[in-house]
Design a protein around this ligand. Structure first.
Ligand SMILES: C[S@@+](CC[C@H](N)C(=O)[O-])C[C@H]1O[C@@H](n2cnc3c(N)ncnc32)[C@H](O)[C@@H]1O
Length: 246
């Protein structure tokens, strides 16, 4: 096995990597096709929320199918991606539910197109499809928290535990745990009849060098969807397209 979390390969401590490496477009396109094929109902009647939207790679291929795409990012964009109908600049980890209402501090809304009111949509207990490739780390700040799990919990808190989610996560989010791990407990606890781990519909394995200039053991976890196959490997042709694009 490649060395997970390898400080030797990546030298995180002396050379912290930028945590905003975009998802390669061929991976995004394949993901979109997979979800369209396996979960057409999610696509035909839904809204997408792209958490940590950045340049919009993850949601861009859904644009022709989905009525309304909301992007949330802590940083204002240089250019708002064409596919995004509402770009919200805000720290998503500070969002809360207070008495059922969404509370989003420090929020700036850029380019609200039609159906600007994502908040009433979500407050009416509609469940959007949430896409999220969170930052790998705190860019050298030595916090131990596993950001993918922090984002996942926040997504379920804000949009409901039944919302379908596509989450990029280090392999260690599921596997690198001990008997006393808090995360193990949190993943196994019952919430509305199912635990977070019960809600995993499928796992997509990725090569560790799929993101440019970094080697990291990532996988894509799909939650609350109907998937015919439990474990996918990123297809060869997609890997070839990523290689050809470098
Ligand atoms: C790994 S990049 C992913 C970009 C894009 N979604 C993609 O897949 O290509 C992570 C993104 O999350 C954003 N981000 C980091 N912390 C955030 C936070 N607390 N709230 C919202 N966005 C955040 C970063 O600015 C960055 O654009």
């Amino acid at each position: 096995m490649a060395q997970p979390y390898s400080t030797k390969i990546n030298d995180y401590i002396n050379n912290p990597k930028k945590s905003t490496i975009n998802t390669p477009l061929p991976v995004c396109q394949w993901l979109c096709t997979l979800i369209e094929r396996t979960n057409p109902r999610i696509i035909c009647e839904n809204m997408i929320v792209d958490v940590g939207v950045g340049t919009g790679n993850l949601s861009r291929y859904f644009a022709s199918q989905i009525e309304f795409i909301v992007g949330i990012d802590i940083d204002a964009p240089k250019k708002i991606p064409k596919s995004i109908d509402l770009y919200v600049v805000s720290d998503f980890l500070k969002w809360e539910r207070q008495n059922g209402e969404l509370v989003c501090p420090d929020m700036t809304k850029l380019r609200p197109r039609n159906r600007e009111d994502m908040f009433s949509y979500v407050n009416n207990s509609n469940e959007p499809l949430v896409l999220c490739n969170p930052p790998f780390n705190y860019e050298g700040k030595r916090k131990k928290e596993l950001l993918s799990f922090t984002f996942l919990k926040k997504i379920f808190e804000i949009f409901g535990v039944n919302t379908p989610v596509v989450l990029f996560a280090p392999m260690g989010m599921l596997l690198n745990q001990r008997m006393v791990s808090k995360r193990w407990r949190e993943m196994s606890e019952d919430i509305d009849g199912l635990s977070i781990s019960d809600r995993i519909s499928s796992i997509i394995s990725l090569p560790i060098d799929i993101f440019e200039n970094v080697q990291f053991h990532h996988q894509i976890l799909l939650f609350n969807m109907k998937m015919p196959i439990a474990h996918y490997f990123l297809p060869e042709y997609v890997i070839k397209e990523v290689q050809d694009g470098r």
